[in-house]
Design a protein around this ligand. Structure first.
Ligand SMILES: [Zn+2]
Ligand SMILES: [Zn+2]
Length: 344
């Protein structure tokens, strides 16, 4: 079968590699993959950058945001059946640690991922533990089903802390999950949504997803704009998706007293943090990682099934597996938002 794999260290180092599908062992399932999204984590591996990339042995098939049909089940699998259309929770928690035992498996310190620790989903077939499969209703659009994993981060962030209902929220950075967060915040009743991104194309999509105000943080002062839009009160909730130091500083300058900063980005570099300013403004910082397993999925998946939110604007490209490397190159060139690799 065809795969998109990391085959060489250093930036790039991807290839279309031929590999044999792996027979499912006990507790595992084999999927025929339909669609798989390329995300920021895949890009870190592409660039051989950061702790996650160091874990990837060469060669490894990349990809973890995916949907496929179960074609084979291993011994003891009873929660999914051959023929089921499933999306994958990308975290494979250990099930044995304190986090897993106390309903916090999304922050299991022993988590493994397809596309990092085992071969991933940019392939015609992938074999994964059945425990990470979420069964979709028949007829679900595979492209949308592949987006449930990243959508889950936006839903997790939206429902955390004080939620968003009736509140003024800022989405600070409009990558794919920031854009999804705009639509999710709108759905869950945000009063006003202000979105920042330097890219005009992304700002246009943020408007389509439901933002009331969009602005370029490199040409306006985000704290000033938020201050004016809230009669000096600041935002109730700020979602941090920028991942850079200035963006992070802006978050604390935009959030009102006792507001929430929902921290969703992983900064590429260490950054200075002003604890004095944090004490003064008294926001609560929520560290958002992944999705709550499975409560976020239960809140999130029906939004897609029942067309409560439209994710179509986020999908920038659909590429066949044979052109999968191009999806990465489009992101590097700044020409893509969320490219999907259509594996079958
Ligand atoms: Zn991802
Ligand atoms: Zn665990």
């Amino acid at each position: 079968m065809l795969t998109v794999s990391k085959v060489a260290a250093g930036s790039g180092g991807l290839a279309i590699r031929h590999a044999e599908p792996r027979e499912p062992g006990p507790g595992e399932i084999m999927l025929k993959v339909h669609a798989a999204g390329v995300c920021g984590t895949d890009m870190q591996i592409y660039h051989s950058y950061g702790a996650i990339a160091k874990r990837v042995k060469l060669p490894t098939t990349l990809g973890h945001e995916a949907c496929g049909t179960v074609v084979q089940t291993g011994l003891g699998v009873d929660r999914v059946s051959v023929g089921d259309l499933v999306s994958l929770e990308s975290h494979i928690p250990c099930g044995r640690c304190k986090a897993c035992h106390t309903g916090r498996a999304h922050v299991c310190p022993n988590t493994r991922y397809p596309g990092i620790d085992i071969d991933g989903t940019f392939a015609e077939y992938v074999t994964v533990p059945a425990e990470i499969a979420w069964v979709n209703p028949k007829g679900t659009d595979p492209a949308l089903a592949a987006l449930l994993e990243p959508l889950g981060i936006a839903v997790h962030a939206t429902l955390e802390g004080s939620g968003v209902s009736g509140q003024t929220v800022v989405v600070n950075g409009c990558g794919p999950i920031g854009l999804m967060n705009v639509a999710v915040a709108r759905h869950f009743g945000a009063h006003k949504i202000i979105a920042f991104d330097p890219n005009p194309g992304r700002r246009a999509i943020a408007e389509r997803m439901g933002a009331d105000i969009v602005a370029d943080p490199s040409s306006v002062s985000p704290p000033h704009l938020v201050n004016e839009s809230t009669r000096g009160d600041g935002a109730d909730v700020v979602f941090e998706y920028s991942g850079n130091e200035q963006g992070a500083l802006n978050c604390f300058a935009m959030v009102g007293s006792l507001g929430d900063v929902r921290w969703c980005a992983t900064p590429g570099q260490p950054m200075t943090f002003d604890f004095g300013a944090w004490r003064k403004g008294r926001p609560t910082i929520y560290n958002i990682h992944g999705r709550r397993i499975w409560s976020t999925w239960h809140a999130m998946a029906p939004l897609v099934y029942e067309k409560k939110i439209d994710l179509e604007p986020v999908i920038s490209h659909r590429l066949p597996l044979s052109e999968g490397v191009k999806a990465f190159e489009l992101i590097v060139a700044g020409a893509a938002i969320k490219p999907l690799i259509m594996c079958s």
